[in-house]
Write a protein that binds this ligand. Structure first.
Ligand code: ADP
Ligand code: ZN
Ligand code: ZN
Length: 727
């Protein structure tokens, strides 16, 4: 007997068995094809994962699958294997994992259309006709001559020659011509010239060329501007010239239009670009271009790691430390880690690049599991920036800006250079308070204060998105004395505009930069090189290259220093290095000024005294002492519930049901999440700290298994986060 094991889109943690569709031989169906299957009262689209000989279900219980949707598999075996691995590793329902490999239209069961041009060709009968036949109809004769000149002719070609569709239909009616699909092929490949590689760059390229067809993970740890991208470009050129496809993951395309356009300028090639800003039709087309092998270079954000490829030859993960690679809800995978696994399955090299590699990656490199390459110098020349702290204790601050910083801004603008000020808080002020009774504006759905957006005259919650108008008076005591506290980008923008009226101030945050065009327009403007002030959040730190920028000011360094997360110090060091890397990339050396109330803070001292690489080693030593990642493995079970007690109770039961099966694991909690109430739901969590990867995998299995037998009251949802990033 043959049984189809399929992945059904459902939150259940298993695959499902079906009999082959009526009259279909199971041998004709291959894993990676889609099928319609009855599921509960519905019929759903499922992906065939395996054809097996036996089912655990009794014969009578097996349902029959509806119809097969695809005759040829849409996913190659390697991708099926990747999905299998990911479902197991992340202990996520397989149906949702396999869905990640399909564009929405195909998930919904729509027919799969290959990328092809509509065309015409001669029928068998037509091929029997001599040249110059059909002389009595000159138009049909012309069309025939055209068809006789090639195996297939695109419909467009006829249109260009003034041969209408009715002529072709006439040939079709006579049984002389027939319609066909002409598969698209990439038109060739060429690369524009590039500067000769530096010795450091050359060493990396040479190392990969030793074994270009085998799995190896390479970390390229290179200071900002050291020419990492140039290395990717060279290796992509090798890969595509050898007839293979390169997959490039980048953090957020909308924020870094420059990266994408740099690739597109370098290569005359077929690109497939995949990111969240695409419409479904565009996405499906890019997916198909990658899958069919038409696209030679596939560039995308996080989810592109699951794109099928016909001939993978190289994977690149740019800015591998970037937080956006981690999916924070639903299927919580880390695209960098999935990419490494994928390279292993595809047996191709993978390059992880960063100026500030995350500690997990660095540890793998230092332990010899990854090839470790370091680029220590800026490729185009250029000095590393000078970093200095400004002690703002007792200083007069105007919208958070000290005189020292404002003066440095003035001097920089006076030299016709550009300034970047970093403040990771959007809005005007993070708190509105009543001066008379102390009332503060809080979100009714979250444990959070509302941020004032003064231009829009609204209070907004940055956690759930709720917004309401700014009240005229205190809702508690009717006082009109409403004060703002704290600092946001809108406020600094106002002060900067007043103080430097002759120069443009560009505010860059998710309020001011809606859409991809906004960011591109800004980048173009800044690249013209005229003096200006850029004021923005984290958005500004991502891989931009602004040649005229020579001063970077960090308005509130303390916000970065005091984080409760164990990764806080790592993130602060990365952010500082990345922000600093924006300064002085060309001829003029850069300067970085950090405002702080804690000039003696040890983490700050470390950042001032050492380059990232050395700090990272010190941080690794501290992680080792505490057994935290990468020396230990974390799992986080979260519950979301309208009722705070029910959420904690669920986790308590989960804990006690799993107890005894959690060897090598320390369990902490249940505890309320750092922000307990968010968007009206109470959140609790259970942290599992495991001493080995194997213990973590066992623990993850155990939790999922025992959770199935614990009743979830009151609409409770729980989730498991394997290798959580935020605790
Ligand atoms: P990264 O990706 O490490 O930030 P890039 O590849 O963007 O570095 O290089 C930084 C700058 O140096 C770019 O303007 C690039 O064109 C230039 N560059 C890179 N490699 C070389 C080289 N070998 N010779 C001259 N300029 C280079
Ligand atoms: Zn009041
Ligand atoms: Zn809220």
């Amino acid at each position: 007997m043959s049984v189809l094991r399929v992945a059904v889109p459902t939150p259940l943690h298993s695959l499902f068995d079906y009999l082959p569709p009526e009259g279909v031989d199971a041998a004709a169906l291959r894993p990676g094809c889609r099928l319609r299957v009855p599921f509960g009262a519905r019929e759903v689209t499922a992906c065939l994962v395996e054809v097996v000989a036996d089912s655990d279900l009794a014969d009578g219980q097996l349902k029959r699958a509806g119809a097969a949707i695809d005759l040829q598999p849409l996913l190659p075996d390697t991708l099926l294997e990747l999905c299998r691995w990911a479902a197991d590793y992340y202990q996520h329902p397989p149906g949702e994992v396999y869905q990640a490999a399909f564009p929405v239209a195909l998930r919904q069961g729509r027919g799969h259309a290959p990328l092809a041009l509509p065309g015409w060709r001669l029928s068998t009968r037509g091929r029997g006709l001599p040249a110059g036949a059909l002389a009595r109809s000159p138009k049909q004769s012309k069309a025939l001559a055209c068809l006789q000149g090639a195996d297939t002719v695109a419909a467009d070609v006829f249109a260009e020659q003034g041969i209408s569709r009715s002529i072709l239909r006439a040939l079709e009616d006579k049984g002389l011509a027939e319609r066909c699909d002409i598969p698209l092929v990439s038109s060739g490949f060429s690369a524009a010239s590039h500067p000769p590689l530096t010795a450091e760059q050359q060493a990396v390229v040479a190392d990969l060329r030793e074994a270009p067809r085998e799995f190896a993970c390479h970390l390229v740890e290179g200071v900002t501007g050291s020419g990492k991208t140039e290395i990717y470009l060279q290796l992509i050129e090798d890969c595509v010239a050898a007839g293979r496809q390169a997959l490039v993951l980048i953090p957020e395309i909308g924020l870094t239009p420059q990266t994408l356009s740099r690739f597109q300028r370098r290569f005359d090639a077929e690109f497939a670009v995949l990111h969240s800003g695409l419409g479904e039709a565009q996405r499906a087309r890019a997916w198909e271009a990658a899958r069919s092998g038409l696209a030679q270079i596939v560039i995308g954000t996080r989810s592109a790691v699951f794109t099928p490829l016909a001939r993978p030859g190289l994977i690149v993960v740019d800015e591998e430390h970037d937080a956006s690679y981690k999916q924070q809800d639903g299927f919580r995978y880390h695209a960098r880690d999935v990419a490494v696994k994928r390279a292993q399955i595809e047996n191709c090299p993978i390059l992880l690049g960063s100026a500030t590699p995350c500690l997990e990656t660095l540890n793998n490199a230092l332990a010899g599991r990854y090839r470790h390459h370091r680029l220590t110098r800026r490729a185009g020349g250029g000095q590393p920036p000078r970093i200095e702290a400004i002690d703002v204790r007792h200083a007069t601050l105007e919208a958070g800006l000290s005189n020292t910083l404002l003066q440095a801004v003035e001097e920089t603008l006076g030299r016709n250079e550009q300034v970047l000020l970093f403040l990771n808080r959007r809005g005007f002020a993070p708190t509105v308070q009543c001066h008379d009774c102390g009332w503060t504006a809080t979100c009714s759905a979250c444990d959070a204060r509302l941020t004032l957006h003064r231009r829009a005259r609204r209070l907004r919650c940055h956690h759930c998105g709720a917004a309401r108008p700014l009240p005229r008076e205190c809702p508690d005591c009717r006082s009109q004395q409403l004060l703002t506290r704290g600092l946001g980008t809108e406020q600094s923008e106002e002060v900067l505009r007043q103080r430097f009226p002759a120069w443009p101030v560009f505010r860059v945050d998710s309020d001011s930069m809606q859409g991809r065009q906004a960011m591109q327009a800004l980048v173009d403007q800044v690249n013209r090189g005229d003096p200006c002030i850029l004021l923005g959040t984290q958005m500004l730190t991502k891989g931009h290259h602004f040649p005229g920028l020579t001063l970077v000011g960090i308005v509130d360094m303390d916000a970065m220093l005091f984080s409760t997360d164990f990764r806080g110090e790592e993130h602060a060091a990365q952010l500082l290095t990345q922000v600093a890397g924006r300064a002085g990339r060309e001829a003029t050396p850069g300067r970085v000024l950090l405002q702080t109330h804690h000039p003696q803070h040890p983490a700050l001292q470390a950042m001032l005294a050492q380059p990232y690489h050395e700090q990272a080693r010190a941080m690794l030593a501290r992680r080792e002492a505490t057994g935290l990642p990468p020396y230990g493995y974390l799992l986080l079970a979260r519950s979301d519930c309208r009722d705070a007690d029910a959420g904690e109770e669920f986790l308590r039961q989960l804990r006690s049901a799993a107890q005894g099966r959690l060897g090598g694991t320390q369990v902490i909690g249940p505890l309320p999440a750092p922000m307990q109430r968010r968007a009206g739901l109470f959140r609790s969590q259970l942290l599992l700290h495991c001493t080995s990867r194997a213990a973590a995998r066992r623990a993850a299995h155990t939790l999922v298994e025992v959770a199935a037998s614990i009743p979830a009251r009151g609409g409770l949802k729980w989730s498991l986060d394997v290798d959580p990033q935020d605790l």
